[in-house]
Ligand binder design. Structure first.
Ligand code: CTP
Length: 404
């Protein structure tokens, strides 16, 4: 990547400190990084630290005779392969959406002819504000790629979508754009299920689980990066849509099954969703009320359709490769092998979800890939994005498409 250049525009969000790590990680990959800071960003992250980590001068002033003499702002805007705005505050997004150019950062964003990737970070209420949402929609239409924001605890003490995505995810997105890489799955159709399902108890209550959708979404993104045409059928999640996939949002297992069947035929199906095994047998149309002197209601459950097994045993449109997950607590390999046989799928990715592993809802995973033909492959403590990348490489090999 030594010939690749990123222009990193750091705006004034509290998450600006994460840029230091991002610059370090990009430099490790030999990517050249030039940083531009806004006036507010200088209060939050040290330009000196950015200069030391990037090994380049940090730019901040539009009207600087010395800077214009050394490198005009137009050159600065064009001499990059990719422009990254991180953190992208509500203010800079608003300026970008409206074409304002009242400082160096916004002038460069208007003057560049290169792709722009923006990673928003702000308070969740600011993010949800119609003005911000309007600006983001307009930027997307203009071709700006928006990465995140992630959901979580905010520095301001609130909780919700608004966190800058982690440097690791930002790095991954930047590298993918700098070096699009081989597309071994071009022309292949793939189906991925992800997230939990919600099973209604009554119009306001439901049964759910703690699945975040991170692993399934990462697999959908990795398949798309490898060139596949991906349909992602997702239960309700709070993470951003992966780029380049067609997403079908569902709530219940029955809806998920219908959406999967509608997506057939596909060559590959990966079932990563944590589908509820059961749903309430009867869902009243009225909210169930507490009634004086009455015992609490008894929920009678019935089994949900097994989407993985249905796809694996589909009478007319079985995908060539069906991959399932096994979430187990103990005796991982034996239970996963039994599940593979029971469900009729080709491969199983088994993970240990015992309390304390942090896998369910977390960012990292340790998995066993069981293909049936060879000893299980163990992928130890990896970011879920890397598990996805390895799975996609294995899929490409299995389909005779080389490795992703
Ligand atoms: N799965 C599915 N539809 C269901 C239940 C599970 O498609 N109704 C899929 C999941 O997406 C996953 C795999 O089956 O790929 C295994 O799910 P898991 O919950 O581990 O297994 P269960 O079949 O639910 O068995 P158990 O809960 O008894 O371990």
């Amino acid at each position: 990547m030594s010939d690749k250049r990123v222009l990193l525009i750091v705006a004034g969000g509290i998450a600006a400190y994460k840029c230091l790590e991002l610059v370090r990680r990009l430099r490790e990959r030999d990517v050249r990084v030039r940083c531009v800071v806004t006036r507010a960003a200088k209060e939050l992250v040290s330009p000196l630290a950015l200069a030391a980590l990037s090994g380049e001068k940090v730019h901040d002033a539009l009207f600087s005779l010395t800077e214009e003499a050394e490198m005009g702002h137009i050159r600065l805007a064009r001499e990059a392969d990719l422009v990254v705005v991180a953190p992208a505050t509500a203010d800079i997004l608003a300026k970008m959406a409206n074409g304002l150019a009242d400082d160096l950062a916004t002038t460069l964003l208007l003057a560049t002819d290169k792709p722009v990737l923006a990673a928003p970070a702000m308070n969740p209420v600011m993010w949800a504000h119609p003005a911000t949402q309007r600006n983001v929609a307009r930027l997307r239409e203009d071709g700006v790629e928006i990465l995140g924001p992630a959901e979580g605890d905010m520095a301001c003490g609130e909780h919700g979508p608004g966190r800058l995505v982690e440097p690791e995810a930002l790095l991954e997105a930047i590298l993918a754009r700098l070096e699009p890489g081989p597309r071994p799955l071009a022309g292949i159709r793939a189906l991925v299920t992800s997230g939990p399902t919600w099973e209604a108890i009554d119009p306001v209550r439901y049964i759910a689980n703690r699945s975040s959708g991170r692993q399934g979404h990462a697999i959908a993104a990795a398949l798309a990066r490898a060139g596949a045409e991906v349909v992602l059928v997702s239960g309700p999640v709070a993470i951003p849509d992966p780029p380049g996939v067609r997403i079908v949002r569902v709530e219940s297992a029955s809806e998920m099954l219908a959406a999967c069947e509608a997506a057939l035929p596909v060559e590959v199906a990966v079932c990563a969703a944590a589908v509820a095994d059961w749903r309430p047998e009867r869902v009243p149309s009225e909210k169930i009320k507490k009634e004086e002197g009455h015992a609490p209601p008894v929920l009678r459950l019935v089994e949900n359709p097994d989407i993985l097994a249905r796809l694996a045993r589909h009478p007319s449109a079985r995908p060539r490769l069906v991959v399932g997950f096994a979430a187990e607590t103990g005796e991982l390999e034996a239970k996963a092998r039994a599940k593979r046989a029971k469900k009729g799928c080709d491969w199983i990715l088994a993970n240990d979800v015992s309390p304390g592993t942090g896998v369910f809802g977390g960012a990292r995973n340790t998995v066993l890939l069981i293909t049936g033909e060879e000893p299980a492959r163990r992928w130890e403590d990896l970011p879920k994005e890397e598990v996805a990348r390895r799975l996609v490489a294995a899929i490409a090999t299995a389909l005779g498409r080389g490795s992703a």
